[in-house]
Design a protein around this ligand. Structure first.
Ligand SMILES: [Zn+2]
Length: 294
């Protein structure tokens, strides 16, 4: 497929948007005896991966209030590899790998580019894609599912509502038919359907929770980090620092009321935990991390 075809297949409405929890218990094996050495060697940490750049020539569609019309901005596109002593979770799958080495591609108000694939970045950590235990997407928009082809051996933790939007149970076309070929690449993966909140490793340190509205099953990620303390990754509940402050809702969201309700519950969680909030598309949140959350 030519890149031009790829981008033409991507509607603007799909460029920016989530994923979610499950409820299955961990395998009923004996609780691992965590030696002091193992704890020291493998504390929870998160590698922050550069999964592309998105330049917006006009932000109008990112606020139903109309106040973003004519503004431009640059978004990061970020993936997060969560290293837990019991396995690895890759959160979000970025822009399509085909962009690597092909410069900038423009469609409408969006100009996208990517320097390195997920696989290439994992290699720097001496990790192969086959080492990844779980994959979860904040949601199924174009810029969060682009490299699913690289992680086919992982188990996909998927929110039921998001899965139903991608694969309608009645057999009809997905909410954006142009994404169907990419959605199809999730089908061969091992899958685990999760509910509104899912504790990935069973110890409360990595929790996927539902924040619907951007898409029907959009989700965010809660991390309890050894050094940073509680951290919340927004998915695309917010796209910019300002859109969080002003509670701006993109016009292409699946539900504005659901989005506003999710913002409320998200902020209540952030307050309750005293959490650091990271907006995944916001360079001001991503760049200071220096590639890692500890
Ligand atoms: Zn996005």
């Amino acid at each position: 497929m030519r890149l031009t075809h790829l981008l033409l297949a991507v509607s603007a409405a799909t460029l920016l948007a989530a994923c979610s929890p499950r409820t299955e218990a961990l395998a009923p094996e004996a609780a691992p005896v965590e030696t002091e050495a193992a704890t020291v060697e493998k504390p929870l940490h998160v590698a922050v991966l550069d999964c592309g750049t998105i330049k917006l020539s006009d932000l109008d569609i990112f606020s139903t209030a109309g106040d973003y019309a004519g503004q431009s901005d640059t978004f990061t596109d970020t993936c997060f590899l969560v290293h837990h002593p019991k396995g690895m979770l890759l959160w979000d799958l970025g822009l399509p790998g085909m962009l690597v080495g092909n410069g900038e591609m423009t469609q409408g108000v969006f100009t996208v580019s990517m320097d390195r694939s997920i696989t290439d970045q994992l290699a720097a950590y001496d990790i192969a894609p086959s080492d990844i235990t779980y994959v979860a997407i904040s949601h199924s928009h174009f810029d969060h599912i682009g490299q699913v082809d690289q992680v086919q051996g992982a188990t996909w933790l998927v929110n039921q509502k998001e899965k139903d939007a991608m694969f309608p149970p009645d057999g009809s076309a997905p909410y954006d038919p142009s994404l169907a070929p990419t959605f199809a690449m999730f089908s061969p993966m091992k899958q685990q359907v999760i509910g509104d909140e899912y504790d990935v490793f069973g110890d409360g340190s990595v929790v996927i929770f539902e924040t619907p509205g951007h898409t029907p099953g959009h989700s965010s990620l809660q991390l309890m980090m050894p050094e940073s303390g509680p951290v919340l990754l927004t998915g695309d509940l917010y796209h910019r620092t300002e859109s969080r402050e002003l509670k701006r809702v993109p016009s292409f969201n699946s539900s504005e009321p659901d989005t506003l309700a999710s913002m409320e519950t998200f902020e209540a969680r952030a307050d309750r935990l005293g959490a650091k909030v990271i907006i995944q598309h916001e360079p001001a949140d991503i760049e200071p991390l220096g590639g890692i959350i500890r």
